[in-house]
Design a protein around this ligand. Structure first.
Ligand code: HEC
Length: 166
């Protein structure tokens, strides 16, 4: 009986430790809650679906580091994105709907922080976290409040940054 108990305890320990180490990989500083609405298309790991939903894993963090990139990310999550885009040699001509009304400035900052800090395999320590104040400030300055407007902004940034754009 005593022996049986030990086996149960050892089994429970192994399962718990296993769970802990699995959780460790993704449970960093930022919660995935605000990203839940995004993961339906971009997938929980941000890898996307080739030809349908572009990958944002690793790429969003790179975009955030380019001039105008943070504003672009905020614009896309707020007003959506439309227009043919090319990522890793693959074309996408989908439409991402905006989230005005559905996501607060806090939610948008939280979703972007999850993408930039948790869905990034490189070092994100040089990136400033997104905050609601920045989101609101950028939103107030956006003149073309539409998916197509964000598409226009993306084309401008791609020509400006060339090979640096992921
Ligand atoms: C219904 C599906 C869907 C949902 C939900 C969705 N997206 Fe998108 N997303 C897309 C599509 C499709 C595109 C590309 C649009 C195009 O082809 O112009 C895109 C593009 C993007 C881009 C731009 C990538 C680039 O290369 O410029 C970012 C960043 C992004 N999404 C982040 C998010 C975040 C963050 C969320 C959650 C708040 C989200 N998306 C929710 C479908 C979706």
């Amino acid at each position: 009986m005593k022996r049986f108990l030990w086996i149960v305890v050892a089994g429970w320990l192994a399962i718990s430790i296993g769970r802990l180490s699995v959780a460790d990989e993704s449970s960093g500083e930022y919660s995935a809650d605000a990203f839940a609405t995004c993961s339906a298309c971009h997938l929980p790991d941000g890898a996307g679906v080739p030809g349908a939903f572009p990958p944002i894993r690793n790429r969003a963090a790179t975009i955030a580091g380019l001039e105008g990139g943070r504003d672009y990310l905020i614009t896309v999550v707020t007003y959506g994105l439309m227009g043919t885009i090319k990522v890793d040699g693959m074309q996408y001509f989908g439409v991402m709907a905006g989230n005005t009304g559905a996501m607060s400035a806090d939610d948008i900052a939280a979703a972007l922080n999850y993408v930039v800090f948790e869905l990034n395999d490189a070092d994100s320590s040089g990136i400033e976290p997104f905050a609601a104040e920045e989101v609101e400030k950028v939103q107030a300055g956006i003149t073309q409040k539409s998916p197509a407007g964000a598409g226009q902004l993306r084309s401008e940034l791609v020509s400006k940054h060339g090979d640096k754009w992921p």
